[in-house]
Design a binder for this molecule. Sequence first.
Ligand code: 4FV
Length: 222
Amino acid sequence: MKIDVLTLFPAMFAGPLDESIIKRARDTGLLELKIHNLRDWTHDRHKTVDDRPFGGGPGMLLKPEPIFEAVESLKREPAKVVLLSPSGRKFDQSIARELAKETDLLLVTGHYEGFDERVRETLADDELSIGDYVLTNGALPAMVVIDAVVRLLPGVLGDDESSRDESFSHGLLEYPQWTRPAEFRGMKVPEVLVSGNHAGIEKWRREQAKLRTEKQRPDLME
Ligand code: 4FV
């Protein structure tokens, strides 16, 4: 998969995407990730990317020209242009699975009060929000999307890192798990898990996942 990111804060991407599984995906060529500075598509001495909103109001908006020029020069068919903003559809595991089927993504991250509406109307194939809270810019949302999507790409997770039975894979939260020691400070592992009765273990785990979801995320049960 190829992912291009358009941002005013390229340095924010150094670190989170240079470690562990995402780093391995980049090293093995399963992911080609490029971070682009929006200011590279400005032509004035001050590299202006923002301006005041028509009709007044607080703050500044991202101007259309630099973003249009950047997207037009970066977009390769069949790349999907995705805006990151609080007014996007709520990103979740099913959308992550959806995006993992794409070959090329162009993530456009916001800043200030957001985008000139013509960016949304004309350039965006999709718009995603990572949650109902306001961040200082769209860099972290882009990294969240990249992490959730790339780990689903075939060959990225080793067999000991499966995405098979994890949270949201069956619409439920994950069942509780224990590892050695079987007893720690008097706290024992549930008998069923050391019983060797695999059918019993599967049944118990499904029940636990349901109980946890009902308690923590009843909205998921609907
Ligand atoms: C955001 C979110 C988010 C809003 C103002 C950047 C900031 C600034 N993006 N999911 N939540 N963006 O808060 O995606 O433009």
